[in-house]
Design a binder for this molecule. Structure first.
Ligand SMILES: Cc1cc2nc3c(=O)[nH]c(=O)nc-3n(C[C@H](O)[C@H](O)[C@H](O)COP(=O)(O)OP(=O)(O)OC[C@H]3O[C@@H](n4cnc5c(N)ncnc54)[C@H](O)[C@@H]3O)c2cc1C
Length: 378
């Protein structure tokens, strides 16, 4: 019997397998396709620590106060990202130049201030900027912008590198990583579980659900109905040709959903969760109207982007929840079955989610100062 089986080879599953293997626990990770082939390898690479502004505007301050414990999860995860290149002995192109949320008018600035108050109470460093302060920090922005907020704790990493690097390091520590292995059925067997896959069967003492946007389908194999709690949305990201250093920060725009950053290679990644489409086969595909709007807001913020060519736009499924809160921990009523699920910003939170799930799977107290009781759905 394997001690722990992790289902899913994205950042959540690979980080969990790494930390379990580093603790000397026998772990097998099952991935139905290739590692890092879905959201974890298709995202925009932002390391977020702040409350997303557009969601704050939609759901309001009471929601934001409820969401605030997640900021500690992000901060702890960014701290792990900064160390990870050392443990994994490879570059993940991690950089933490800070995030800058920019306002185009006074209403947006007041909304940023209200959000900053909640974020500071949750331990985030946020510096409010007037027009002159913004200009001094980020002269590359349009001079129409009136101010903003700077959070020095945010940054970026390369999603093409990260999950596979965790998996390689886990393997080197003794984890078994199995690709092309789809979990098709799960039943209880004694105190543990029996899994049926396309490649055979496996018994496990404990089971971690790190199946991202398909976590509800994996839970359904145990008779759990989570499809109303866990959600999936097609969204898209674009990348430009490489350019000279242009954007010094992870950028957000208070007028519209937008994230932007320049990668280590000089390309500019432009996203923000703009909706993509699903084709007839249910595969995500690019929505040209979203693309036009997304690029329009990007150029409004940084007019010099207009001289760069966009070389690719791609669509992928992001895992979500209605209230944006993660689900990290043992599922009530199903001992031994653990959810490792961080919606919308699961790339940022991947290392901390993996560390915390590795702790609780071993019945240890969380080794990060994070209130995990906030990460169980009401
Ligand atoms: C376009 C886009 C941009 C994004 N931008 C950002 C960003 O900038 N910053 C950020 O923090 N987050 C971002 N996100 C969100 C982030 O990418 C996800 O929240 C995160 O990658 C989820 O990781 P995961 O490991 O839980 O899931 P996934 O990466 O989806 O991995 C789950 C894995 O489980 C496997 N699996 C599922 N079912 C089974 C089964 N039955 N048997 C075996 N294997 C199975 C799948 O094949 C998959 O490989 C973005 C997402 C998208 C789509």
């Amino acid at each position: 019997m394997t001690d722990v089986v992790v289902v899913g080879g994205g950042i959540a599953g690979c980080a969990t397998a790494y930390f379990l293997a580093a603790d000397g626990v026998g772990v097998t990770l099952l991935e139905r396709g290739e590692l890092n082939a879905l959201a974890s390898g298709s995202n925009a690479g932002s390391l977020h620590a702040q409350i997303p502004h557009d969601t704050f505007e939609q759901l309001g301050p009471d929601w934001a106060r409820g969401f605030a414990p997640t900021l500690r999860l992000f901060l702890e995860s960014i701290a792990l990202w900064r160390e990870a290149e050392g443990w994994l002995q490879t570059s993940l192109e991690v950089a933490v130049p800070g995030g800058l949320l920019v306002a185009a008018d006074d209403r947006q600035l007041r909304s940023i201030e209200a959000k900053a108050e909640i974020e500071r109470a949750a331990g985030l460093e946020v510096e409010l900027l007037d027009r002159a302060g913004l200009r001094a920090l980020a002269p590359y922005l349009s001079d129409r912008m009136v101010g903003g907020a700077y959070c020095p704790q945010e940054g970026k990493a390369n999603p093409l590198l990260a999950a596979s690097a965790f998996a390689r390091a886990a393997e080197a520590l003794g984890a078994k990583i199995v690709r092309g292995c789809r979990v098709k059925a799960i039943s209880r067997e004694g105190d543990g579980f029996r899994l049926r896959m396309n490649t055979g069967t496996l018994q496990a003492r404990r089971l971690v659900n790190a199946a991202g946007a398909d976590a509800d389908a994996v839970a359904a194999m145990l008779g759990l109905s989570l499809d109303l709690t866990l959600q999936r949305y097609p969204i898209q990201v674009s990348v430009t040709e490489p350019a000279e250093p242009l954007l010094g920060h992870l950028l957000y725009y208070a007028r519209a959903p937008l994230t932007m950053k320049q990668s280590a290679a000089g390309t500019v990644l432009i996203g923000g969760g703009w909706p993509a489409r699903l084709d007839r086969a249910g595969r995500p595909s690019v929505d040209p109207e979203s693309l036009a709007a997304n690029l329009g807001f990007a150029m409004e913020l940084v007019p010099r982007l207009g001289s760069l060519n966009v070389v690719r736009t791609w669509a992928a499924i992001v895992n979500g929840t209605e209230d944006w809160r993660p689900w990290l921990g043992e599922v009530p009523g199903v001992p031994g079955f653990f959810m490792c699920y961080v919606p919308w910003m699961g790339f940022t939170a991947g290392p901390a989610a993996g560390r915390l799930i590795a702790d609780v799977v071993q019945d240890h107290a969380p080794s990060l100062p994070v209130d995990m009781s906030a990460f169980v759905p009401a």
